[in-house]
Design a binder for this molecule. Structure first.
Ligand code: URP
Ligand code: ZN
Ligand code: ZN
Length: 588
């Protein structure tokens, strides 16, 4: 069971804490305590890595602040010393702010497809910290289309946070009010000495989920124009929702109602089409674009083409600003573990002798209508397949390798998780119809380990690249990255110590989030996050979590990241290119 040591700094009552933990994990996993550990920490002898270099050095932290990074730091006896010899200390950007692993894509406590994802801002974040992620950016869903109402709901949900977090905002409808609300979400306002801290610099548009979040091209164009004017990043979930809807009907008509119908109804070409369309429309508006959860070769090809384009339209002189985000599941999984080759029976288990006996007796004794209906009882779905249902779907073997290659060559830039976990009973909502299975997989706890094992351990990328794709690039894109290279005392300390010689096995039994299943069940990999320090406190050590609800901070994100540099010049170039034809018309 969990042990509790109340921290001297916390103003939380023990009753509150128990309430959180009760609601939180629900089952006995690793120990979890509220830390009263020393606020002075020396990390000794590790290889300190940031995205441009690595060096052997000690790191000294005091009261949440990094004080020094240099070899052979001497300290007094009251300092907690962590020996990191032979291990990596990451990431260490010693500037005025410091972020460890950052997950740019999560859905905690998200209401989605008639269910609410099981991990809230405490359990999901605790799991993240156990896996070496120290900040995440979640998606705020509007309430009846209202962004401000949605923001308020998420502010409340996030009160129990135990690590730093930021928000993206979803746009589901368009009118004057939404357009004005986007401004409110971006700009910091001071009214009668009260500062409203919206701090959002990215807005997401779903091109799928017809009848729910899906937007059409007209809305997308309006949204892109508004994003550009505010200097904020437009994000897309890229699948053609109309075609997916058609694909789903096709499957149902064929009698394919199990989870295999999900992947079959939304093939890679629908992801490729929507990715291409979003890229072209963003190019037309001349605004940067971020494609979330890139899952297929088809989408990668579109992103690669756009990024390397030399003048494909009047705007693009040096490639379009398109960011591609693969997720841990896309890099690590393929459908061979998921679908039986005989897909029509993939999700069914053979009936056991006992169930066969009972059902036969049942059928024998009842009328014809019961018999025909009773045939359903043979359909014992193996719910373990349902856990993999997400959108876009986990693809056939080959797509995973292509995503890895695209990440290692810079076509894709940063890794998220899309952590949106549901438990088996929630997944079972779609027992008779795959369209009702809540979409989403886990990953917030596994991302840092999976990326290490798949990308670094395999030799596809360097350790510095690892820091870039799991942390630094995300910080740059969302403008929370301080200029690299300057090692300044006074920074916050979010640090992980990763032992490359240790290994991990992923299981639902040992993970720290709430879902009863794990899509990486049984997977082993090299590299283990042995220590996580968040805000200068050791929150994960010796396989124990020491986390406090309410200790996480909201991170405001400012508009006009580096992706907007030079956009105005391209606009000016475009406008001047229009003058020639206008002159011709006038003189004719
Ligand atoms: N991806 C998924 O299946 N669920 C979360 C919502 C989304 O990102 O589409
Ligand atoms: Zn999505
Ligand atoms: Zn998502």
């Amino acid at each position: 069971m969990y042990a509790f040591h109340l921290s001297s700094h916390g103003d939380l009552s023990s009753a509150n804490l128990f309430q959180f933990f009760d609601a939180g994990f629900g089952y006995d996993k690793s120990a979890c305590e509220i830390s009263s550990s020393s606020s002075k920490i020396l990390i000794k002898g590790g290889t300190v890595v940031n995205d441009h270099r690595e060096e052997v050095a000690d790191v000294y932290v005091e009261d949440g602040i990094i004080v020094a990074v240099e070899p052979n730091i001497k300290v007094a006896d009251d300092v907690t010393v962590l020996d990191a010899t032979g291990k990596f200390v990451m990431p260490v950007e010693m500037n005025d702010k410091d972020y460890g692993g950052i997950d740019p894509h999560t859905h905690l406590a998200a209401e989605f497809m008639s269910a609410e994802s099981v991990d809230d801002f405490f359990s999901g974040q605790a799991a993240a910290l156990a896996g070496g992620t120290t900040m995440h950016i979640d998606f705020v869903k509007p309430v009846n289309g209202s962004l401000t109402a949605g923001f308020k709901v998420y502010e409340k949900k996030a009160k129990k946070s135990c690590m730093d977090y930021g928000f993206h905002m979803v746009i589901t409808k368009w009118n004057e009010v939404v357009s004005n609300e986007m401004e409110i979400m971006v700009k910091r306002k001071v009214v009668f000495c009260i500062v409203s801290k919206s701090g959002i610099n990215s807005f997401k548009f779903f091109l799928a989920y017809k009848g729910a979040q899906m937007v059409n091209d007209e809305l997308l164009l309006e949204g892109f124009k508004k994003c550009k004017s505010l200097g904020v990043l437009a994000m897309v979930h890229a699948e053609n929702g109309d075609a997916v809807y058609e694909g789903q009907k096709r499957m149902i008509e064929l009698g394919i109602t199990g989870p295999e119908g999900h992947a079959l109804s939304r093939p890679p070409l629908l992801e490729g089409e929507a990715t291409s369309r979003a890229i072209h429309l963003a190019g037309f508006v001349n605004t940067p674009l971020y494609v979330v959860h890139v899952m297929s070769i088809d989408a990668v090809e579109e992103i690669a083409r756009a990024r390397k384009t030399e003048i494909t339209s009047h705007f693009q002189a040096a490639g379009q600003r398109v960011i591609g985000e693969p997720i841990a599941a896309g890099l690590a999984l393929d459908d061979s573990r998921i679908w039986d080759p005989d897909f029509i029976t993939a999700a069914k288990q053979e009936p056991t002798l006992l169930s066969f006996f009972f059902v036969s007796v049942f059928v024998l004794f009842l009328t014809l209508w019961i018999r025909s209906d009773g045939i359903k009882l043979f359909k014992h779905y193996d719910l373990s397949y349902f856990r993999y249902v997400m959108s876009p779907p986990i693809r056939a073997s080959g797509h995973d390798k292509a995503l890895q290659a695209a990440l290692s060559t810079g076509i894709l830039q940063l890794v998220g998780t899309d952590h949106c976990s549901f438990n088996s009973t929630q997944k079972a909502l779609g027992i008779d119809d795959f369209r009702k299975i809540p979409n989403g997989v886990n990953g917030i706890e596994e991302r840092m380990h999976l990326v290490w094992d798949i990308m670094v351990e395999s030799g596809q990328i360097s350790v510095t690249d690892y820091v870039r794709i799991t942390s630094t690039e995300c910080a740059r894109i969302f403008k929370i990255y301080p200029r690299k290279g300057a090692i300044l005392p006074g920074s916050d300390a979010d640090i992980i110590i990763l032992n490359p010689n240790s290994s991990v096995e992923i299981t639902a039994k040992s993970h720290h989030f709430r879902s009863d299943t794990n899509v990486y069940e049984g997977r082993r990999g090299k590299g283990k996050v042995e220590v996580t320090i968040a805000g200068g406190r050791i929150v994960w050590e010796n396989d124990e979590l020491k986390v406090a609800p309410g200790s996480g901070k909201y991170v405001e994100m400012q508009p006009f990241s580096y992706l907007f540099n030079g956009i105005d010049k391209l606009d000016a170039k475009y406008l001047s290119s229009l003058k020639a034809p206008v002159k011709r018309i006038k003189s004719a």
